[in-house]
Design a protein around this ligand. Structure first.
Ligand SMILES: [Fe+2]
Ligand SMILES: [Fe+2]
Length: 223
């Protein structure tokens, strides 16, 4: 990540290697949060039973996959901004800055999965690759579309996290605190991308994005 601080003279090869490094880290190396996890200690007087733990584990696995995809999207869109016909370093940096907060989310959701005794999705390399491809495509369509894609993605994720606030076991305060903080952060990512000059995506594209997310959330709930 830090390699971009010297990126005024970054070559395409450096940029590609940085993207490959980001991919391998996301999928294989535990993320380190730069902000403490907004979690709350479990209530010893009212512990989660096995069914609650299983449900919370499945939902947090879905959220962890979402954050794996966020890493892929932001990395790919930054790559496309840098390597396109009109390199846009300012946009690339903005995308990377937003991606930084996603690294916190990635670390928090993984931490909570561990606490719940649940495992991350076995398909993470596949989710990452799929999201990376979508990010590259959005990035190639220019800054307005790329930012529009961020706005729509973040809004859909925010709505999805709101639904998890309904579905998570009521006494799972630890998972709820994480999801609530992520929901606020995603809403802000959408607003920031909007202010930066996002183009509104066509309705059918939004529908396709929703369908892709539905496949991911349904599969990741189990695998
Ligand atoms: Fe996130
Ligand atoms: Fe986000």
């Amino acid at each position: 990540m830090n390699t971009h601080s010297q990126s005024r003279t970054t070559s395409p090869i450096d940029t590609l290697l940085t993207a490959a490094d980001a991919a391998l880290r996301t999928v294989f190396v535990p993320a380190r949060a730069s902000h403490p996890c907004p979690t709350l200690p479990e209530n010893g007087a009212n512990p989660l039973d096995e069914a609650d733990k299983a449900l919370a584990g499945a939902l947090m696995r879905v959220n962890h996959v979402g954050e794996v995809c966020a890493q892929a999207l932001y990395t790919a869109q930054a790559l496309a901004a840098r390597m396109g016909p009109q390199p846009n370093e300012a946009l690339a940096r903005q995308l990377e800055a937003a991606g930084q907060e996603e690294t916190d989310h990635l670390a928090w959701t993984k931490e909570r999965l561990d606490e719940l005794g649940a495992r991350p999705s076995l398909l993470n390399p596949l989710w990452y690759a799929g999201a990376f491809g979508m990010g590259l495509l959005a990035g190639r369509l220019g800054p307005g579309v790329s930012l529009g894609f961020v706005v729509e993605t973040e809004r859909q994720v925010e709505a999805h996290l709101a639904s998890h606030m309904e579905r998570l076991p009521a006494q799972d305060h630890a998972s709820r605190a994480i999801v609530a903080q992520m929901k606020d952060d995603e809403a802000r990512h959408a607003r920031e991308a909007q202010h930066a000059g996002a183009t509104e995506l066509p309705l059918p594209v939004k529908g396709l994005m929703r369908a892709a997310a539905k496949v991911m959330t349904t599969v990741a709930h189990r695998i």
